[in-house]
Unconditional design. Sequence first.
Length: 126
Amino acid sequence: MLKTHMRVSRRTAGVAIIAAAAATAAFLPASSAAASATACSSLRAYRPYETGTRVYGETEAGSCSSGTRLRMYLYADSTLKSSTTWTGSSWRVLSTPCLRGTHQYRVILVDTSTGVDVSNSAYITC
């Protein structure tokens, strides 16, 4: 059974949590619940997935104000595997080699100007 977890938080105002039960869809986005608090109209973190020998994490930031800095992270079992930073709206993909056995992979997208972040995770077996 695939377990999926989604979380949306605003660091400056505590933490709001959105949790999802087991998922069967290919992608389940965690969207920003506080869209007015971010400089982007939408922030999405899609459930990590495995293809071959790699695990991929995808995020999307839509209609961001100019100069909005975004940061994306991909973790495996709480260990940072990859990250990137950019300015403005974009769809980004990070990947890491798939670890043998079952591990939790998490993708996080942060609007660094407001502290709003979204994340999504999945347990993947390779």
